[in-house]
Each structure stands twice: as structure tokens, then as C-alpha cells.
Design a protein around this ligand. Structure first.
Ligand SMILES: *Cc1c(COP(=O)(O)O)cnc(C)c1O
Length: 406
């Protein structure tokens, strides 16, 4: 869906234009008092008009607000905006991205079920599948991201084909359409669940390629300002309803109204922010790829990237994250840290999708809990630095990386 004939800047501008009106208006009717900005409804319970009203509400015949864990107007407005941006029937906001991911699994799997998931993914998701779910009798087989490996790992008890694309931290790209075709062809019809955090709804629409659910950390590019923790599960009404019942009602992973309001506020400028951050990431990736002190750059915009062709077909943009490798052999770990500590414009911090450019050294931080062999199998080199491009001046950032590398 990326059309090389129009140039990448024009590609980004058109995508931003396609989403901008939804960003501003979706899910936001003016408040009852005429306020343009939706109120932050900080109320744990809501008054009933009568005993009959309460009885109807409890029978589900009236969509009255009852109790803050079951639903809240501010959170609901955010969910409507998110569903619109993802082109989905429904969205369920959660307390964090991990609540969304664990909730999607716990709402759809039971003891004895099986998951196929990628070897290279967000480290806490890897721990969920590797350490926590087996205690509940849910086993996972880890594969490299291609459809052939997923097909080989499937069993009659496979309930979820889990995908993270682009993946953390090497920006591996998985063909969602190919995985969805596998799921449709299997007798047990597993669900395709895609962690779309890195791409955000700006850069890809997994549901359009056959995914059943998309999970997001709204802490990242969706909230976009680095000031809130939140997550979401997006997809068809019935599945999202089941996730809501399990994660929100049952396990209590509810998003606070204040957090929902912050995310919705962030989303109003989402298209503009992503347009700029994606442009900076492509420019920085191209610059670093030509730098003599950089061993390798991982960004789907580069024709050298193994996922380039699939990304060009499946994505609207190549995303705001990239990673690159410095040093070699025993020197790589120290070199990675040295470059990181020399940056002045980019900030040394975890997380991503912030207004600030954030850089981490996965081998000594986010992925240090992974056994080294697993880490290397996942392609995470000791000198790898992950960069989440923010909204600073592109030239200032490029100069900052040049100085740090020199
Ligand atoms: C941050 C992140 C998560 C977890 O989200 P939280 O909001 O921190 O719980 C999951 N997946 C990916 C790809 C992430 O970047």
C-alpha cells in the first residue's frame, strides 16, 4: 500500500489526511453542557432514575452507566475514537498494553490450549507466553515470523496465532494476510491477534488483512506524549465484548477516566505527529545506513530490510521506530552504551512513541531478562540501539547521532 511512485513524504501526507478528521472528531459529540472537549467523568457510580430504570439497566435493556469498572463515558468516547481510527466495530480500553495482551489471551484460551508466537517480541509479552501462561496450562511454541513456521507449529489445540509486527526491537515484519489465511484454513480456526503498537493505526490496519484482534499499548504512539499508561483491544464486537467481560469486569484492568481523556487528547494530533515521526525515522535510517561506524540498520523503509516488500504491501507507512548496530564482537556491548551516553538531543529512556526521541540499549536493559542464546536467536545484537523518533527537528537529531557516533 506504499506507492513508491508518489514519494514517501506525499505517502505520509495522504495517510495523515485520511485520518485527520477522525482524529479530531470521532467519538466526540459535544458535551451535554455544550463543552467541545469531552468532560472527564470522575465518578465510580451513576445514579438511577428509578427502581425500574435500575432493573432495566441490570437486565442489559438500557445502556445506562452503572459502575465505573463496567463502563465510563470518558473511556467510552476514547474507545469510539480508537475503533474509528482502526476501522473496527469495537474497541476496549485497558489499564495498560499488557492488560490488553494478557486479556486477549485469557478471554479466548483455556488450559490445554496452544499459542504460536514469535521469538522476537516485546520482552514482557515474551515472559507472558514463556513463564506465566504455562502455569495456567496454556503452552506456546515460538517461531520465526514467517507463515511457514507458524503452519509447522500449529496443533489441533492452537487457539491463537500471535503476531507482533513490526516487532521489537529489530522491526521484523510479518505478513498478516498470510497468517490470517492459515487460520482460516485450519479446522480449529485459531484467532489471529496482532500487537500493532509499533506501527500504530497510522501505519497499518491489521483487521483489513484478516486479523481478528489488534492489541495496542496506548502508552506509546497512540497517547503519544509519554504521560499516560494504557492499552486497547480492537476488533469485532463479539470478541471485544468477551475481552471486556474478562479483562475489565473480571480481572479489573480498567483504564481510569483521566488516563482515557489524556489518550483522547493525544489522539487529536495523532495523524500529524505520526506523519512527522515516520518521516524523521526514514531520514535517520537512510543516514545511519550510509554511516561508516554503523554495522547495520533495521527499518522497513530500507530495501536491505528483509521485511521491506511485505511492509510496502501491508503498511501505510514504515513507522517511527528503527534500530541500528554499532561495534563488533566483545566490543559491541561497550560501544552501544558509549554511543547512547553521548546523545544529547535524543533521550536515554525506555518506552516509545513519545514526543521526545527515545533510545535504549536492549541487550543491557529491556531484553536483559531474556537468556543470551534466546536474545541472539531473536537477532538482538549486543551493540543494538533502538530509536523511537519523536518530534524534534530532523536535522538536529541527525547531527546528534553523528556526534555520538564520532
Ligand atoms: C510497551 C509495549 C507493550 C506493553 O504496553 P504497556 O502499556 O507498557 O503495558 C506491549 N507491546 C509492545 C510492542 C510495546 O511496545
Amino acid at each position: 500500500m506504499i506507492d513508491p511512485s508518489i514519494g514517501y513524504a506525499e505517502q505520509l501526507r495522504r495517510r495523515a489526511d485520511a485520518l485527520a478528521t477522525l482524529c479530531v472528531h470521532a467519538g466526540e459529540p459535544p458535551g451535554a453542557d455544550g463543552s467541545l472537549d469531552p468532560p472527564i467523568v470522575m465518578s465510580s457510580a451513576f445514579a438511577f432514575e428509578s427502581a425500574e430504570h435500575a432493573a432495566r439497566a441490570f437486565r442489559g435493556e438500557d445502556d445506562a452507566w452503572i459502575y465505573g469498572r463496567w463502563g465510563n463515558p470518558t473511556v467510552s468516547a476514547l474507545e469510539a475514537k480508537l475503533a474509528a481510527l482502526e476501522g473496527a466495530a469495537a474497541a476496549c480500553a485497558t489499564a495498560s498494553g499488557m492488560a490488553a495482551i494478557s486479556g486477549a489471551v485469557l478471554a479466548t484460551c483455556e488450559a490445554g490450549d496452544h499459542v504460536v508466537a514469535p521469538r522476537s517480541m516485546y520482552a514482557e509479552s515474551a515472559r507472558l507466553f514463556r513463564e506465566r501462561l504455562p502455569k495456567l496450562g496454556i503452552q506456546t511454541t515460538f517461531v520465526d515470523g514467517d507463515a511457514g513456521a507458524y503452519a509447522a507449529a500449529m496443533t489441533p489445540r492452537t487457539r491463537i496465532l500471535y503476531v507482533e509486527t513490526p516487532s521489537n526491537p529489530t522491526l521484523g515484519v510479518t505478513d498478516v494476510g498470510a497468517i490470517a489465511a492459515l487460520a482460516r484454513g485450519a479446522a480449529a480456526r485459531p484467532l489471529v491477534v496482532v500487537d500493532g503498537t509499533f506501527a500504530t493505526p497510522f501505519a497499518q490496519a491489521p483487521l483489513a488483512h484478516g486479523a481478528d484482534l489488534v492489541v495496542h499499548s496506548m502508552t506509546k504512539g497512540i497517547g503519544g506524549h509519554g504521560d499516560v499508561i494504557g492499552g486497547a483491544v480492537v476488533g469485532g464486537a463479539e470478541l471485544v465484548g468477551a475481552v471486556r467481560d474478562t479483562v475489565i469486569k473480571g480481572f479489573g484492568g480498567v483504564l481510569s477516566p483521566l488516563s482515557a481523556w489524556l489518550v483522547a487528547r493525544g489522539l487529536r494530533t495523532f495523524a500529524l505527529r505520526q506523519e512527522r515521526a515516520c518521516a524523521t525515522a526514514a531520514a535517520l535510517a537512510a543516514h545511519l545506513a550510509a554511516h561508516p561506524r554503523v554495522v547495520r540498520v533495521h527499518h522497513p523503509s530500507l530495501s536491505s530490510h528483509p521485511g521491506h516488500a511485505v511492509a510496502a504491501r501491508q503498511m501505510f507507512a514504515y513507522g517511527a521506530l528503527l534500530s541500528f548496530e554499532v561495534g563488533s564482537g566483545d566490543d559491541a556491548l561497550a560501544r552501544g552504551r558509549a554511543v547512547l551516553e553521548s546523545l544529547r538531543v535524543a533521550t536515554h529512556a525506555v518506552s516509545l512513541g513519545d514526543v521526545r526521541t527515545l533510545v535504549v540499549h536492549p541487550a543491557s536493559t529491556t531484553h536483559s531478562t531474556m537468556p543470551p542464546e534466546t536474545r541472539h536467536l531473536a537477532g538482538i545484537a549486543d551493540g543494538l540501539l533502538r530509536v523511537s523518533c519523536g518530534l524534534e527537528g530532523t536535522a538536529d537529531l541527525i547531527a546528534d547521532f553523528d556526534r555520538a557516533l564520532g
